[in-house]
Design a protein around this ligand. Structure first.
Ligand code: KDG
Ligand code: MG
Length: 401
């Protein structure tokens, strides 16, 4: 079954998405998400200019071989742009294989390991009281796990606090700048989770994203302060380029740790997993080389009792969400899936079989991934340049956003 063509569709139905569509000689097509927030056109060009010419005429059934061709054959290995492009091809090929065999992708990955996929939603507020109310709305909507982010007095636009109903950090135009103080932040988070635990009792899973802002010793202090409120996880407590820095955090706290949404290969998390420095690995399909590579990460993690907790913010397109759900349903050491519903116009561009109900999701049983791309609808929403914000310390020093 030869690949006879492909194209990259870039659109902005509420936010930017880049989607790869591969065509085979027998008329079956497959989709892959290729969205890299704030750097979308780099991946679109990588695919159009450098990858599609290599795929023409190749056998679409040889998913692993094509993966290795694109990885080893580029000579320049890894990196978010390369790995997002490879992920898009890999995902599209799994979609094609599922459609060809008339089976949902999770059946090809070994079948369901569970009934459905536990997801967590995003609640936030400017104050602790508002955040408690927001978490209450998620509980009322059926969520069994909720991430809570709260405003910090004296800081404008801290990470994760929504201005509307849903949090969307990328904004049209050039990047907005915000100021950051770890000292002020560290005063707010422990009382927030004390309030949440007393309001909702022990049954609700509570999560928090530090978003790479703390030093290892500050993160250790926060983890320890949060221990009485038994979080499901504390995410990205410090930047993880230096994986060994997690040893210090781990020595000082039993709060579970989740890391990896910015990772793009198994080598980014090898030490974190092998030394059991984390509890959840957050790599996801679109940024970590597709379903094929994510399964290898999950297999390494399984050996060390690390579970998966894939990234699932709105900048991961519906094709990635579907692929993540097939992966989550099938992999043995699944932990949780992040879920932020997309805008209604996004859902119109990407009709899909996946569904949410009572705190869990299911990818559906349509052949392949169960997502389509309505190109007529997509054409109504042309790409708009948008960036993630920047963060500086109170004295103006550039910090991690
Ligand atoms: O594009 C960046 C977002 O996906 C990221 O900031 C969201 O940290 C995030 C999360 O945990 O969803
Ligand atoms: Mg995060």
């Amino acid at each position: 079954m030869r690949i006879v063509g492909g194209k990259v569709v870039t659109c902005c139905p509420g936010r930017n998405f880049v989607t790869l569509r591969l065509e085979t000689e027998d008329g079956i097509h497959g989709l892959g998400d290729a969205t890299l927030n704030g750097r979308e056109l780099a991946v679109a060009s990588y695919l159009t200019d450098h990858v599609l010419p290599l795929l023409e005429g190749r056998d679409a059934r040889r998913i692993e071989d094509i993966w290795q061709l694109l990885y080893k054959g580029a000579y320049w290995r890894r990196g978010p742009v390369t790995m997002t492009a490879i992920a898009a091809v890999d995902t599209a090929l799994w979609d094609i294989k599922g459609k060809t065999l008339g089976a949902p992708v999770y059946q090809l990955l070994g079948g369901a390991s569970r009934d459905a996929v536990l997801v967590y939603g995003h609640a936030s507020g400017d104050t602790i009281d508002q955040t408690v109310e927001a978490v209450g709305r998620y509980v009322a909507a059926g969520y069994k796990a909720v991430r809570a982010q709260c405003g910090v007095p004296g800081l404008t636009k801290p990470y994760g606090v929504a201005t509307g109903e849903h949090y969307e950090p990328a904004a049209p135009g050039l990047p907005a700048e915000s100021r950051w103080s770890s000292e002020r932040y560290l005063e707010v988070v422990p009382p927030l989770f004390a309030e949440l635990r007393s309001a909702f009792g022990p049954g609700l899973h509570l999560l928090h994203d530090v978003h790479h802002r703390l030093t290892p010793i500050e993160a250790a202090r926060l983890g320890r302060a949060l221990e009485p409120h038994h979080l499901f996880w504390m995410e990205d407590p410090t930047p993880a380029e230096n994986q060994a820095s997690f040893r210090l955090i781990r020595q000082h706290t039993t709060t579970p740790l989740a890391v990896g949404e910015v990772f793009n290969s198994i080598f980014d998390c090898q030490l974190l997993i092998q030394e059991q420095l984390i509890d959840y690995i957050r790599t996801t399909v679109v940024h970590a080389g597709g379903i094929s590579h994510l399964r290898k990460i999950a297999s390494l993690a399984e050996l060390h009792q690390v579970r998966t907790g894939s990234h699932g913010a709105t900048d991961l397109g519906p094709v990635c969400l579907a692929a993540a759900l097939h992966f989550d349903l099938s992999v043995h050491n699944f932990g949780i899936q992040e879920y932020m519903p997309h805008a209604p116009e996004t859902d119109r561009v990407f009709p899909h079989a996946y569904s949410f109900s009572d705190g869990v999701m299911h990818p559906g049983d349509a052949p392949g991934l169960g997502v389509d791309l309505d190109e007529v609808e997509a054409a109504k929403y042309p790409y708009q340049r948008a960036y993630l914000p920047l963060a500086r310390l109170m004295d103006g020093t550039m910090h991690s956003w």
